[in-house]
Design a protein around this ligand. Sequence first.
Ligand SMILES: [Zn+2]
Length: 117
Amino acid sequence: MHTCSHAVFGCMDFRIQGTIEKLLAHLNVKEGTFDRVICAGGAANTTQLETHLGLSKRLHDSRVAVLSVHEDCGAGAVKEDLYKAGDTARSLGFEPKLFYIKLDGTWEEVQPRGVSV
Ligand SMILES: [Zn+2]
């Protein structure tokens, strides 16, 4: 099996791509070590999230899901959508990391709800 450590989810919106790159660098998630999904709404796109996290786990045994939505998303994603995304990721066997991306080039880390270890 070809394995990778992370699966990364973000919106297609061009305004946030540079910030996502900065976030990945901050997290020390290096190019070529993660599965990447870019779609409208990012992690709020539940259908895409379930499909691609499932595939990433099955094909690459990835363990950490870096999930993001962003400010002023044209697909209607809001910060609160991250909680459901985190639940979905955990149900599929991932450790979720949740980020709300702002248009000023910064981000806010959001704690998943109901964390039990
Ligand atoms: Zn968007």
